[in-house]
Design a binder for this molecule. Structure first.
Ligand code: CUA
Length: 331
């Protein structure tokens, strides 16, 4: 009872609706929950029958006092063997048919492509989200329109990761050199938590991301604002404009832009001020940001981002840089 009680206590902590496959907020997660329920019923059915037979046999065939005779010895029973072979086969078929049907449907993104195509690339330890038809790309926070299935194309830059948004759908592996397809749909506007679900290195547990579902109008506006902001950023940070730069812009252009500018080597920071987290999981405030820039390895072991010592960026410059980054908002 003690281990069962402890497990129940631990499992009761899994009730975050934004991160629960048992509280679906999207069609994909709903379909998966149906499979979970079906397998649970099958397991309970098997458990009940085995438990009843077990108790019945214990009672019926127990040794009575004074009875020292040897019971009838049985070696094999064809009828029984056929029964306990056929029943599990039938149960596996009952499980397999809807599982295969759902698996195929969840991976079929043909229709969803008409709504939106999003390319997801997993990296040690961050996520890139690209909207190829819109010329927009962002990191760590995937924005989707509410109510519609959007096609998600998954791949990886380095090792195998896995894309999982428990309340919406997944998990689907991201493999280097291979594309996997799925679709996402959220029934309500809101933020859903995503996780890397494949052990990929020391900071695997910190490879979090968010899926933000917006109403269609807000979504269209977001795409437009992202494009405008990226163009304005590129123009402003052009070396020809250097004499007009603020200290923050200067430190950013000289230290950060070469990796963060294209959004392929490191996450795009175009809308960094709007993010809910730093590096996917730290509270979004200036202190965390400064600590992160000084020593990213301390916060996220194995990250590719180098730290910046006081010789490279002084305390005053770091403060200006942090202000500049936190101010990079779309609105
Ligand atoms: Cu990426 Cu675990």
């Amino acid at each position: 009872l003690l281990p069962i009680g402890l497990m129940a206590l631990l499992l009761s902590g899994c009730g975050i609706p934004e991160l629960s496959a048992l509280q679906p907020r999207g069609e994909g997660a709903e379909m998966q929950l149906e499979i979970i329920k079906l397998s649970l019923w099958v397991m309970l059915f098997v458990l009940a029958i085995v438990a009843v037979i077990y108790v019945y046999v214990l009672m019926k065939f127990r040794r009575k006092s004074g009875d020292n005779t040897v019971p009838k010895q049985v070696e094999g029973n064809h009828t029984l063997e056929i029964i306990w072979t056929v029943i599990p086969i039938l149960l596996l078929v009952v499980l397999a048919v809807p599982t295969i049907k759902t698996t195929v449907e969840l991976a079929d993104a043909k229709e969803a492509k008409k709504n939106e195509q999003i390319n997801v690339t997993a990296n040690l330890y961050w996520w890139e989200f690209e909207y190829p038809d819109k010329g927009v790309s962002t990191g760590q926070e995937l924005v989707i329109p509410v109510g519609k299935r959007v096609a998600v194309n998954l791949t990886s830059k380095d090792v195998i990761h896995s894309f999982w948004v428990p309340a919406l759908s997944g998990k689907t592996d991201t493999n280097p050199g291979l594309d996997n397809e799925m679709w996402l749909q959220a029934q309500e506007a809101g933020t859903y938590y995503g996780k890397c679900a494949e052990l990929c290195g020391p900071s695997h547990a910190l490879m979090d991301f968010k899926v933000i579902a917006l109403e269609q109008d807000d979504y269209d506006a977001w795409l437009k604002d992202m494009k405008t902001a990226k163009e304005a950023e590129t123009k402003q940070l052009d070396a020809k404009n250097e004499k007009n730069w603020t200290t923050g812009e200067q430190v950013y252009a000289q230290n950060c832009l070469s990796c963060h500018g294209g959004g392929k080597v490191a996450p795009s920071l175009t809308n960094f001020g709007d993010r809910q987290r730093i590096a996917g999981y730290l509270d979004h405030d200036k202190e965390n940001l400064e600590n992160w820039i000084r020593d990213p390895q301390k916060e996220k072991q194995g990250t590719k981002m180098p730290g910046f010592s006081e010789d490279q960026i002084s305390d005053e410059e770091l403060s200006e840089l942090a202000d500049y980054l936190l101010d990079k908002k779309l609105q």
